[in-house]
Design a protein around this ligand. Sequence first.
Ligand code: TXA
Ligand code: MG
Length: 304
Amino acid sequence: MVLQTRILPFGADSIAEAARLILDGQVVAVPTETVYGLAADATNAEAVAGIYAAKGRPSFNPLIIHVLSLDAAERIGEFGDGARRLAKRHWPGPLTVVVPRREDAAIASLATAGLQTIGIRVPNHPAMQALLQAVDRPLAAPSANASGSISPTRAEHVLKSLGGRIPLIIDGGQTERGLESTIVAATDGLLRLLRPGPIEIDAELASGAQIEAPGQLASHYAPSKPLRLRATGAAQDEFLIGFGAIGGDANLSAGGNLTEAAANLFDLLHHADASAKPRIAVAPIPNEGLGFAINDRLRRAATR
Ligand code: TXA
Ligand code: MG
């Protein structure tokens, strides 16, 4: 089915329209502080199925459930001390905690892919918060891109990837963080980093904590072209994404600032993907601080 996809600027009218669609069981793209999310009513299994359908995502992949507060989170997940401490420190913000799912949680099991655990996040973006307020229920929302392509940091990215498959995109401009949330599992008394992200959590994890590969396909972040890492220069047929002194065709951060680089990462990958050059190269990014999360995404983008 081909839908006409509207893009409306974030405001009271567009949120009211988005809420109407979501309560009708449809899916809507909405900005968060990390990337754009594809939101649906998490209590409605058919609505959640609509997310998988729009993304073309393998249905075994669990979705992050967005709520307005820790109180609301504790109605759907079992929080131990470690999880609660992390939530209090970082919510609202770009942190997802995976905790045991409460037996009485009013969440479609499809949203958690049938798992006994649930990934929960309290987002810090006025559009997502206004939408949560308006619908007054948890929203399941993966990144608003077709499965296997790059996460969207602008409304235009969503349109390119999901245009014709969803009725509405709320346009809130470029997302501030540009990287998906940090994911920490707190399911067995231990805290484990499942996905590095904007919040650097290492020091807060229990000693001996492992860094596990996220529950994602290795090629999750792949652009449509081959990508070469740690490039100090470009071949003729390469679009070079620079960093610091390595200028390239576009630069993640000329000043070598990793926060700026993270915010620009997916934007420049989209840009490189859309360029006339058949290959992409990326300058070396130091493996420290946010560079760790950036390199994680780049390695995935290079695995195809
Ligand atoms: O910043 C973000 O997290 C964005 C915005 C929209 O909130 N969302 C996002 O969702 O990145 P998505 O679906 O693209 O990535 C969610 C990741 C997936 O890799 C999924 O496997 C993992 O979270 N996840 C969700 N629930 C989980 C669970 N119960 N156990 C383990 N991993 C889980
Ligand atoms: Mg995603």
